[in-house]
Design a protein around this ligand. Sequence first.
Ligand SMILES: [Zn+2]
Length: 331
Amino acid sequence: MNDRYNRQLLIKQWDQEKIQGSTVTIVGLGALGSVAATSLAMAGVGSLILVDFDTIELSNLNRQLFYRATDVGQEKVTIGAQVIREINPDIHVIELNMPIENAPRQTLETSTVILDGLDTFQTRRWINSFAIGANIPLISGGMYSFLGNVQVVIPHKTPCLECQSLIPEEELQKACTPFGEVRKRLRPEEEKEEFIPYVSSVSFVIGGLMAQEALKIILGLPPLAEYLFWDGEAGMFTSVPLELRDDCIVCSPRYHLQAIPIRSPADQQLREFAIQLQYSFNLGSEMTLLFQTQKLSISKEKVGEIFHSGAIFRVVDPTLSIPLKFEITLD
Ligand SMILES: [Zn+2]
């Protein structure tokens, strides 16, 4: 075996062939993604799929390991791939310079593990839904000031990101930070942007833990079973047990095998019905109802005129990687 790896080969649970034979997707090449990707490249993970569509800004440089002052204005994916190849030319790097929702599914489905270092809840919910659907372990990390968190999702075995209420309902459409400390992700032309406090020391702790959990999963070692919270100021890790909910619309098997039955009064306005769905299932405000293959306008028609008992329809929502199926029961 290559001298490059001879120190990690001393770890008794280590299996370099497994590491080399694995593919890790890193979604978000910011503070956490660049630390985790660097660590995995050093360990010799065979293929890394890098997904991001941002360009490098000067304010990224206080914490995002991949980038240098001369990289400002360049695409994160391009520079990230270049850094990985410099660290370890044996790594096969796939660059996806696009929103994760647009990335080719067949490519993402080759992942042994997916790492989420995202900064918006909406995209985080999408990747959670994708990972559950594709049955791929997901490692999710977040940071805020001196605080950070890591959660490992093993589909259908451990709670997914939607199973528990760590994402406050009113903040579901906003950006990710631990324990509800949030900001809105706003486009520059909209309201004044609120910035999150970040420091690189936390990104090294959390990004390093994310890489370690990925290596453990690849090696067949049991990953973190609980939500791990790091308070850097107090110097304390806390494990928080979460519940695998059997009524979770994303990971509960009951919603994968058949449609979700919905009871609805026959005269209920479709708009009210849509709002009720949004409220009941925490769906995003941009959801679109699809009935058979027709897009519905949700302004005028009544449910009774469109749906009949037993009708199946689908809800397309930006936080879900596949449409949700619903079955109507009219009262
Ligand atoms: Zn769940």
